[in-house]
Design a protein around this ligand. Structure first.
Ligand code: X8Z
Ligand code: ZN
Length: 617
């Protein structure tokens, strides 16, 4: 039931041979076999499962690739069928694996058996088919949604897709236009709210079959620790970073009030969601021109440079690849360049949300993106390539270990590399003139905070909402109420318009519509700073973390590659320890990275009186 943004590689397969094996393993009395032969049979079961999951997984991946890059009713059905076959077999194997003992197995074999146990299962063919169809329909509905504003007299209706609406949110400073684009997109998801509610009920049923309280509990169980401990860990780390976010929010409010006026931005309480330069107010880099420091050099914007230079999408991806190869990692396979999709097609619908694909879990790796020449996409390219390099690094592992140490690791790899896109590195690429780099780091650090710190509460709350939905604590009529309660409390952002009956604002986010877990990004935003600190150490850099770039460091590359090549063969804390010496999530690397900015924000907020609503401008 987990689908990955880096993609659905659900574990499933079932054939006549597997059925025979199950009969042997599960139905015949265990005592009839000697301990040794039982162990042998369990080993055979694992090997057989791996082979079948690999085959069906590849079929499902190919179908999904076509459905995502070419949305039609037919491709939706084909991908649903492939997904359903995989789900059926993975579920049956999971049930069988749960009846087997790991006694006598090596630690690696026991870990594989444990991985096999981790698939949800619906016994009824009809329900499984429905679940797979709903998943494909929701994904397609999100991908092709468009806002068609009412036509003005004498004009034809011009419908706007998400990319067009995002561009307005990024560039416009007209609150009415921003509000229209925001509301236009958020009104789309109501069309698939009923499908989503039905999907949740079926996914829960599948998770319950496997003994989980609900599908949220199933998701939380995938982190080598008790699920309650995982939720507590997220909360602990969120509290570590909250003061930094609060300072940034305070400073942003002051600047937004200056830009939009007191009527639009309140002196206290949550800020309207349409003003953050991003459809979900999840990353605020487009606010940089409004928030930038007045120090010299604060004027530099990568987006502006890229808009002037107009590199092709492929050229931008080649720059990304160049970073990875500078670390000593391999060049991307030739098929990556011919099979990836870098631009939005105009003759048919596609899902533009960026993703990385590992079609055959060997060398057929690809990315799918609708690349625009701006700062956000430049960073996202490095993010997607991180998935691809992780896939390539663990391709020699057995099938069941060809995964990230956990899904947060997978999301953190490319972001770790992107943390090394420093002013010094941009100058090396010729994307920054030396005279634009004043040596004062405040602007670059603020930009980084607008990407990373602003994101943390959003990443924290998406699955908080979803866990409550899965747990049955929030009925469809309350989806919006609880969504906005969390957004106000955690993010300090409010709905810019009154809520409407039948609304489904959470569904306006890709990962909700496509049922991709989101806690992974919260973990990734903490882990990437832990990885960065460790790799900078390895690269022999002793200066401040935010100035470190590991570009060109073969030592850092080798250390990184050693962790990546483990895949999921070890618990994630072992993988983390191998790289950084740490065994748990810890935001101290993030707070160390932003320490100079935290001091600057505190001084600014004091100077501007931003902390005191009575003296706000
Ligand atoms: O979905 C993504 C990636 C693909 S895994 C582009 N991200 C999240 C989002 O867009 O909401 C990256 C950061 C958060
Ligand atoms: Zn990703």
């Amino acid at each position: 039931m987990t689908s990955l943004c880096h993609l659905p590689r659900v574990r499933r397969t079932f054939t006549a041979a597997a059925a025979t094996l199950l009969v042997l393993l599960c139905i015949q009395p265990a005592q009839a076999a000697t301990a040794a032969s039982t162990t042998q049979r369990t080993r055979a079961f694992i090997a057989d499962a791996e082979a079948r999951l690999e085959k069906l997984g590849i079929q499902a991946q190919r179908a999904q690739w076509v459905a995502d890059t070419f949305i039609t009713d037919d491709t939706e059905l084909i991908t649903a069928q492939a997904g359903e076959q995989l789900a059926k077999v993975a579920g049956e194997l999971a049930l069988a694996a749960r009846r087997l003992s790991s006694k006598g197995l090596s630690p690696a074999e026991a870990r594989k058996l444990e991985a096999l146990r981790h698939s949800a299962y619906l016994a009824s063919d009809a329900e499984r088919e429905r679940l797979a169809l709903l998943q494909a329909k929701l994904n397609g509905a999100y991908g092709k949604a468009k806002y068609c504003p009412p036509a003005k007299a004498g004009q034809t209706v011009e419908c706007q897709d998400l990319a067009a609406l995002e561009k307005i949110l990024a560039e416009s400073r007209d609150p009415a236009q921003l509000l229209d684009a925001w509301a236009g997109w958020h009104s789309q998801s109501r069309a698939y709210k009923a499908d989503y509610a039905e999907y949740i009920a079926l996914a829960n049923k599948a998770a319950r079959t496997m003994g989980f309280a609900d599908n949220g509990a199933f998701w939380r169980s995938g982190y080598d620790m008790p699920e309650a401990a995982f939720a507590a860990d997220m909360e602990r780390v969120w509290q570590q970073v909250r003061p930094l976010y609060d300072s940034l929010h305070l400073y942003a409010r002051y600047k937004l009030r200056q830009a939009y006026g007191h009527e639009v931005v309140p002196a206290s309480g949550p800020i309207p969601a349409h003003l953050f330069g991003n459809m979900w107010s999840q990353s605020w880099e487009n606010l940089y021109p409004l928030l930038k420091p007045s120090t010299p050099g604060g004027d530099y914007e990568l987006s502006r440079v890229l808009a002037e230079r107009k590199p092709s999408p492929e050229q931008m991806v080649r720059i990304g690849e160049g970073f990875y190869t500078s670390l000593g990692l391999e060049a991307l396979p030739a098929s990556f360049w011919t099979r990836s999709v870098f631009s939005k097609t105009t003759d048919h619908e596609m899902v533009c949300h960026a993703s990385a694909w590992d079609i055959d879990t060997q060398e057929d790796v690809r990315i799918k993106m609708c690349i625009r020449p701006n700062d956000e996409d430049f960073n996202t390219i490095h993010h997607e390539l991180g998935h691809v390099y992780y896939d390539l690094a663990y391709r020699k592992q057995p099938k069941l270990f060809r995964e990230g140490a956990n899904d947060g690791f997978h999301e953190a790899i490319g972001d770790t590399v992107a943390l090394s896109i420093t002013p010094a590195y941009l100058q090396q690429l010729g994307l920054m003139r030396p005279e634009d780099d004043s040596g004062d780091d405040t602007g670059a650090l603020l930009m980084q905070a607008l990407r990373k710190v602003s994101f943390l509460p959003f990443a924290y709350l998406v699955d908080n909402w979803r866990w409550q939905v899965y747990a049955g604590k929030v009925a469809p009529n309350d989806y919006d109420r609880v969504w906005w309660q969390l957004r106000e409390q955690v993010q300090g952002v409010r709905r810019p318009l009154p809520a409407e009956a039948g609304g489904f604002d959470a569904g306006a986010k890709y990962h909700v519509a496509s049922d991709t877990s989101y806690a992974r990004y919260f973990l990734a935003h903490i882990l990437q700073f832990q990885f960065h600190r460790a790799l900078c150490r390895e690269a022999g850099q002793t200066g401040p973390l935010h100035r470190c770039s590991i570009y060109g460091s073969k030592a850092a590359g080798a250390k990184f590659q050693a962790m990546l090549s483990l895949g999921a063969s070890k618990p994630w804390s072992d993988a983390l320890q191998q790289l950084s010496g740490e065994r748990r999530l810890d935001a101290s690397a993030l707070t160390e990275y932003f320490a100079p900015l935290q001091a600057w924000l505190a001084a600014q907020n004091k100077l501007l009186g931003a902390a005191d609503p009575a003296v706000l401008p």
